[in-house]
Design a protein around this ligand. Structure first.
Ligand SMILES: [Zn+2]
Length: 91
């Protein structure tokens, strides 16, 4: 039955996206638990987020964390950039 397979595939996609959301929430809760903002060391080491998705800068091709990057909404889609210069170059 092809219809059965299609329904199964759709259910699988929904389940995977729910799982990804739940895992993301758990990861965020854990990072908040272990690294409360007031207890973070104030060293001059660059802030590299332990969690979060990496997004590709379409201008220079490097990967940037979605939480710290420069964002621009293009045709309803959020595009991420490493810097304001890259963001301004992107049309
Ligand atoms: Zn860039």
């Amino acid at each position: 039955m092809i219809l059965r397979f299609v329904v199964f595939a759709l259910v699988l996609i929904v389940v995977i996206s729910i799982l990804r959301a739940v895992i993301g929430l758990i990861a965020k809760a854990f990072s908040d638990l272990f690294l409360p903002p007031q207890n973070r060391p104030s060293s001059n080491a660059p802030e590299i987020p332990l969690t979060g998705e990496l997004k590709r800068d379409p201008v220079c091709g490097i990967y940037v964390p979605a939480t710290t990057s420069f964002k621009k909404t293009v045709n309803g889609e959020v595009v991420y950039f490493c810097s304001a210069e890259c963001r301004d170059k992107y049309v």
